[in-house]
Design a protein around this ligand. Sequence first.
Ligand code: ADP
Ligand code: MG
Length: 431
Amino acid sequence: MAASMASQAILRGLRGASTRYLFLEKSKLGRVNPRRWLNLQEYQSKKLMQESGVTVQRFFVADNAPDALEAAKRLNAKEIVLKAQILAGGRGKGVFDSGLKGGVHLTKDPAVVGDLASRMLGYNLTTKQTPKEGVKVKTVMVAEALDITRETYFAILMDRACNGPVMVGSPQGGVDIEEVAASTPELIFKEVIDIFEGVQDDQAVRMAANLGFKGPLERQAADQIKRLYDLFLKVDATQVEVNPLGETPEGQVVCFDAKINFDDNAEFRQKDVFAMDDMTESDPTETEAAKYDLKYIGLDGNIACFVNGAGLAMATCDIIDLHGGKPANFLDLGGGVQENQVYQAFKLLTADPKVEAILVNIFGGIVNCAIIANGITKACRELELKVPLVVRLEGTNVQEAKRILSESGLPITSASNLDDAARKAVASIRK
Ligand code: ADP
Ligand code: MG
């Protein structure tokens, strides 16, 4: 699942669900970089937090029920919290396909942890941030539970509108933060950080006060805020979100949940962080495409789009939509493409059972259209293409490309321009 920036929505006071969709779609369509936006599991983020002196509760991780039970006993805590690890929020209010309700369970009896874990591990957890079918849980976190007297929301994110990092916080944190942002935007506080100066003491204290921390807790929260900012810089994060940042009856400020996203452009200097990525929740087609330097984005329609460049991809999706069709995906070839990549691209597109037609829309600038045409004809023959194929090629070496296609004897519909191509692709399904 692509990472959605819920914190961005909260910053703008927008309701979570609709904006999540918006951000997801925008980031999907607007992405020019083939690599993903790295997202780690909560327990991995918390390890990084611990290393930066941020207060988190003691925890173990387990990938099977007996280990979870063992961890619960070893914690020797008054109360235990068992948390399913998936790359999505809203777990507390989520539902498993095992019937178990809630991806976050509190218990005073360590003996039940094994049973609870066995109803989480291997099952799909659906939350308001996951796809309908949910996400399979492969790891659980077994942590010491603490009483929480108050839940606040705190995040640091890179914000385009502020030209740099910004802190966002609310005294009304917890599971309904999106609702708070939408209905009571005055309870969302913001501090713009000067990237050269870092978080100033007065900013950290003001944020802590706005979050409602009082007395000695205010200083403690300000200190946690500064440490979180240090971590944000150190790991090249694009977002560090803590919801809830809570306080305990014993007077401790604790990060109870953690979500960190990382800047993919910093991978070269964040090798340890990126090595934690287990890829288990990545779309397998996207991962496979990346192997051949292709960018694949899955959508929900039935017309596969084979294009070069993110701009052309968006235009193609729009025009298909305009003619009453729906794109099933788009696969961006990029520049400097080789025949084998074209073949691999077709293989990926045709493997998707939703695909009922393929629309090729290539504008050859750096790309040589003849290479594309050769790749297409080879793929059509070897993969025994069963769905209609509409091809629109323009640019470098296009005459040669058209000759290759027409002499191939294959049932390829050629189109003269983008509009014609989209119309023909949509019509090919209606027949
Ligand atoms: P999510 O945001 O995915 O729902 P959270 O980690 O925020 O998951 O957990 C949901 C809720 O569970 C929190 O808002 C908090 O009320 C409770 N909770 C989480 N961790 C603990 C903990 N260590 N001790 C006590 N309660 C917790
Ligand atoms: Mg949370």
